[in-house]
Design a binder for this molecule. Sequence first.
Ligand code: SF4
Ligand code: SF4
Length: 321
Amino acid sequence: MESREDRQKTGLVFNIQKYSVHDGPGIRTTVFLKGCPLSCRWCSNPESQQNCPELAYNPARCLTLNKCTRCLEVCMRNALIRKGDAFLQIAQEYCEGCPMPCADVCPANSLIVYGQERSVDDVLAVVEQDEAFYARSRGGLTISGGEPLFQGDFTVALLREARRRRLKTAVETCGMASPAFVCAAAPLLNNVLFDIKILDDRMHKAQTGGSNVQILENFCILAEKFLNLPLTVRTPIVPGFNDTEETVAAIASFIARYPRVRYELLPYHRLGTQKYNFLDRTPPMGEVKLGKDIMPRLHSVAENVLHDRLRNLQHCKTLSS
Ligand code: SF4
Ligand code: SF4
């Protein structure tokens, strides 16, 4: 593929976050793409799930309809409804395909557009602003979402052009993607952060809206075919779903057959709650929180399983030498 063709390719991006330190090695710029085939109940990026631009409303910033009606004046579809005396509610179904002039005229940034069509060139111009930090910290570009491979053509073009520019690359993936895109992206990556949430497919379907069969197959493709690609499996620990010793031990045992794969547990948090409110959606997890003692307990379960793996490997080596 020609560089010019890749550079002009566009995708739907909802955020570019600089100085990320949890999305791969070193200091990184994380590019968040719209669209995900799953709809996990604990998703902290609800604005990432749909593969189209979405309008959101932050009432705390609104000047109120007593002082400002600019958005009402430009909306040609009657999608903005008065809520009480001074505030708004968005009838999202009318906004589809609208160029969203309401957000442009809002003087308070109270109306937020999640999702903008951006080119590879445009995205990399932002990423390259921090090249000096990447060089010192071994950081680079991370593509996240949503599911980065949901917009597979764009993600592959972005990775290919990033590598042409000698940027280090990573993806954060839920693993639910076409194997063709997985195999196209893998040689262009320096790191993969791969979610495995639970092995029980029935539970997976119930809480994420999708089966994990393809996810586990894609993990095996990466682990078995791309032997030089650093691979980290991550499990978000979610109360009432996978916060048990058996679940974590099962995942750790599953990945234990691949000695080079790292394993991390991530605690559930409620940082996405405000964005659910802006989108006028109810957070599916409600007020539930993770118990304080759970993470240390699950960490030691995972460590024990993976430590046993190392011991067994050393034992096998001793026997064969
Ligand atoms: S996005 Fe368009 S249809 Fe929706 S509220 Fe704004 S101007 Fe109206
Ligand atoms: S334009 Fe912005 S500040 Fe004015 S009423 Fe609409 S949302 Fe509120």
